[in-house]
Design a protein around this ligand. Structure first.
Ligand code: SF4
Length: 304
């Protein structure tokens, strides 16, 4: 039997062929699958303009408040801070903790989060390097990409040093630290979250759940070449994965039939769910074939 391989054409369509067609890449090569994943999502959804915030500080507040809660709850908390003119670094650092708790109550774990926010705001005020590296919006060049001035020439400080500094804060884990580095500071670091894990595993890109391994996976494959490892692309890629996970590749009922990346997804290309996971046999099926139809109409001898 002649074995055909699936290739991806430049226009994003997949074709089956025995030899490599012109301007096509083998789909099994994960570097090209990453490129295709990004391109398809970008074409399907368009630019996402992340993070949904007006300033770098608002972005950082959102990243801390969004832990263990839905974004809609964070929006309410940020709206309350804005309404009372209390969203600035100074206001949060100096207001009574009880008052801050009241304002951010809708985001859940509000006592913990109020303490963390105040600690972070005070550090930003007292640490010049932190402030300079994470709040570059005041120096944004006209025409640069992203709301916080993402683009070449904006990286100040060392990514690892800044990441370690952020991780030293109470309650700031790798996901929050990388979100702040990428979306507020413009550092080229990929953000890994539950959505990235779910989509990556369903596509068959990786099996691991480990944060650092998944991040390294994206860093290695998005470096140079067609998908340059630039902060603006990590920015867009993460936002697109979140959109896909929320709208189509949901946790319980993924809508593979309308998914733009179905033809490169291992999960999506499996047979229908009914065939993929047959339901366990019913008690009647387990008991074997039913003899009743064969016995229908038979005359039984009378007892005695
Ligand atoms: S094809 Fe299905 S499982 Fe694969 S990414 Fe799309 S929705 Fe998720």
């Amino acid at each position: 039997m002649i074995r055909k391989t699936v290739f991806i054409r430049r226009d994003g369509k997949s074709i089956r062929s025995t030899s490599t067609p012109h301007n096509s890449y083998p789909i099994a090569d994960s570097r090209y699958r990453i490129v295709l994943l990004y391109r398809r999502l970008y074409r399907h959804y368009g630019p996402q303009h992340w993070w949904p915030a007006d300033t770098a500080w608002e972005m950082m507040v959102g990243a801390i408040l969004t832990q263990n809660t839905a974004w809609t709850n964070v929006e309410k908390a940020i709206a309350a801070l804005k309404r009372t003119d209390a969203l600035s670094v100074h206001a949060i650092a100096h207001m009574p903790c009880k008052h801050l708790e009241k304002l951010i109550r809708s985001s859940g774990y509000f006592r913990q989060k109020a303490r963390r926010l105040q600690e972070f705001a005070r550090a930003i005020l007292n640490d010049h390097a932190l402030r300079r590296n994470l709040m570059p919006s005041s120096r944004r060049k006209p025409g640069s990409r992203g709301i916080f001035g993402l683009g070449p020439g904006f990286h100040r400080g060392d990514v690892k040093t800044m990441r370690d500094r952020l991780l030293s804060f109470n309650g700031v884990g790798p996901e929050t630290a990388d979100s702040i580095l990428l979306y507020a500071g413009g550092y080229p670091t990929f953000v890994v979250d539950a959505y990235t894990r779910r989509i990556g595993q369903r596509l068959g890109l990786f099996k691991t759940n480990d944060y650092d391994e998944i991040q390294e996976y994206f860093h290695q494959r998005c470096r140079g070449g067609r998908l340059a490892a630039r902060a603006c692309q990590y920015n867009e890629f993460h936002a697109l994965l979140v959109r896909l996970a929320k709208e189509i590749c949901t946790k319980r009922h993924p809508r593979c039939a309308v998914c733009p990346v179905r033809d490169i997804c291992k999960f999506g290309m499996k047979p229908s769910p009914a065939l993929r996971a047959p339901s366990p046999a019913s008690p009647r099926e387990r008991a074997g074939p039913c003899l009743l139809p064969a016995l229908a109409g038979r005359r039984w001898p009378k007892a005695g």
